[in-house]
Design a protein around this ligand. Sequence first.
Ligand SMILES: [Zn+2]
Length: 187
Amino acid sequence: MYTLGTGVGSGVIVNGDLVYGHDGFAGECGHTTLIPGGRVCGCGALGHLEAYCSAPGMKRTAFELMAHYNAEDSMLADKSFKELTSKMIYEAAEKGDKIALEVFRKTGEYLGQGLADTVHHLAPEAIFLFGGPTAAGDYIFKPTYESMNRHLLPIFKDKIKILPSKLKLGDAAIVGASALVWKELEK
Ligand SMILES: [Zn+2]
């Protein structure tokens, strides 16, 4: 499970159980190195997946692309760095904005590369995607799936599902927190 939001969170479920690791932090897939020497991640390290595939990562990609193409005619060009959101990028993509569409293509490319690493480590049946940017549906799922398959060993190609989470957006944190309480009570 990968969740795209202000950061990129992830969790690993094996035989129905969440993998905690020895002290509860297993599955920090957002902090795997995607681009050596790349963007500064929220954690301070360089080139982590989170710096590319989170909602702020998409915004950073949008500004890079606008600078690259000098895209003054993009619908995103009037937004300040502070105000641009992944939702605005989605809305512009819906209207056919080339920069916005390219942001989704690139984000999917980055994410698919990261998911391929996860597949190589774990050989999962499926990877669920959750979080604001995943509301964009095919804009994000399609390039992610294509990129993942391109980066996979032949033995995994076209075998791993990427599925949208059925969890409601606002519910994740409270469901997770409640589950932790139950886990403590079980001890
Ligand atoms: Zn990081």
